[in-house]
Each structure stands twice: as C-alpha cells, then as structure tokens.
Design a protein around this ligand. Structure first.
Ligand code: 0FX
Length: 247
C-alpha cells in the first residue's frame, strides 16, 4: 500500500486530484490524504472538501508526516517544505511556471514583463523553492493581449494534463528526472507588491507599459494602483479582439 499526502492551498486543484486523479483503479493500492497549509488565511473551500491544516514548523506534525507517507505531492502550497522533510520523503511539486525561469510567486506575471518562458512544471523538491530536478514540463504561449488571468488559466489546464500524464510513474517512482541546466531566477511576493505601485512618472515604451498593466490584470484582484487625493486608484486593462481585421 502506498501512502500519499496531497498538500495544496488551491481548491480547484484539490478537486481535480480527488475527482480525476486519485479515483478508480489508482486507489486500489494507494491511500491518499489531503491537507492544506497553516499559512492559508482563507481555507473555507478546502475545509468544505474535508481537508485539515498542517504546519511543518511543528516538529511533531513533521515527524508524523515523515513516518506515515511514502510520497508527498505539493500543488500550489503556501508553506515552504523544510529540508528535513524533502530529504526524508519523496516530495513532488506541481508548479505554475516553466522552471527554472521565474521560480517563486506568480510566474506568469513576471514572464509577461521579462519575456521568459512560462508554463507548468512537475519537479522533485529540494530545500530551495521551485528548484529540484524536472520530471516533466510544458510551456504555454503568451499573446501580446493576454492578461495574467488569461495566461494563468492556460497554465492550470496544462498542469492538469501534466499531472495525468505523469502520476502513475510518480507513484511507481520509475520516472526520469532531469537536472535543470541553469539556476534561473526567483521572484518573491514582495517583488509583486512593489510592481503594483505604479510610478506615474516612469518612462518606457508603450509596449512596456501595456505589458506591466496586463501582467497586473487578474479578474477578482485589485493589483496596480496609483494615489490621488489620498485615495488609491486601481488600474486594470482589457483588450478587445476583432477577428475581422479588415472590417
Ligand atoms: O494557487 P496559486 O495559483 O499559487 C500561487 C503561486 O502562483 C505559486 O507559485 C505559489 N507556490 C503558491 C503558494 O501561490 O495562488 P493564488 O490563487 O493566490 O494566485 C493565483 C493567481 O492570482 C496568481 O498567479 C496571480 C493572481 N493574484 C493573486 C493574488 C493573491 C493577483 O493577481 N493578485 C493577488 O493579490
């Protein structure tokens, strides 16, 4: 019997794991538990899925996990996995970026700005963030009029394809993982927040400014802003595409 722990702070991905990945024949020899990280401040949707939180900063919880599980799958998880964990149990990360480009937070936001490839990666975890050997990955195309939201939705779709394509070999442990050929770069959530404050005197090309605004446009979030009359003015951008270019 394999004991698998799925750790995720993303309810859509958890539903996918429950309904489409760990279902039917895959459950014959596999016991799967689902947890979210203690850092998650809005866990209601995950609780509704029957999940409980876990805190890897608690040595007791960490030791219980190490003793119980053969495989841990991290899927958009907000807590960093400690070195002791990744060195004791096989830990695999599903990451919404094309490693090693723009490792860390919100890869598509940074890719829209710096032009680095973006997509999804499944990789072995080591003590650095989004850093281990790559099991499989796929790029998504980014058009000049895609917002962060548009690219993110393409990434989620590719992530699901990658999971289905690799899950059996991950459980069997007979996949081939490749060492990334360079270190890549890392972006933090503070890098993202700094970008959200628009420098109104900033000088750049129109393309650079369009890229900045579409990188910060994501349905449901207020990101880019400037201040006027002691108020924050939030800015997002929309593009309208006319298929009939001659019309
Ligand atoms: O589930 P997830 O997509 O995962 C994110 C990071 O992309 C991932 O690299 C990290 N390992 C994980 C812990 O967090 O998280 P989310 O639902 O918070 O964000 C989804 C997208 O929403 C993000 O790519 C950009 C956008 N977003 C998110 C926040 C919180 C914004 O545009 N503004 C925001 O304030």
């Amino acid at each position: 019997m394999n004991n698998v722990l799925v750790m995720s702070d993303n309810a859509a991905l958890v539903k996918f794991f429950m309904n489409d990945v760990f279902c039917g024949k895959r459950l014959i020899n596999t016991q799967v538990d689902y947890v979210y990280s203690v850092k998650n401040l809005k866990p209601e949707a995950l609780r509704e899925l029957g999940m409980r939180s876990i805190d890897f900063k608690s040595d007791q919880e960490l030791c219980e996990v190490i003793a119980r599980y053969d495989l841990i799958i991290s899927a958009h998880c907000k807590q960093i996995f400690p070195e002791k964990l990744v060195e004791s149990v096989k830990c695999i990360n599903i990451h919404p970026g094309y490693n090693p480009y723009n490792r860390g937070w919100y890869p598509q936001v940074f890719s829209i700005i710096n032009g680095y490839p973006v997509g999804a990666t499944i990789h072995e975890m080591d003590a650095d963030i989004d850093h281990g050997n790559i099991i499989d990955q796929q790029m998504v195309p980014v058009r000049s009029y895609d917002t962060s939201f548009d690219v993110y939705n393409k990434i989620l779709s590719v992530e699901k394809d990658l999971i289905l394509r690799n899950i059996d070999s991950i459980i069997r442990g007979d996949y081939v993982a490749i060492v990334p050929s360079f270190e890549g770069n890392y972006n933090s959530v503070s890098d993202f927040k700094r970008m959200c404050c628009l420098g109104m005197e900033h000088v750049g090309t129109l393309k650079e400014h369009l890229n900045l605004l579409r990188a910060l446009t994501f349905n449901g979030y207020k990101n880019a802003f400037y201040c006027e009359d002691e108020k924050k003015v939030y800015v997002s951008i929309s593009f309208m595409i006319d298929d009939n270019a001659d019309g």
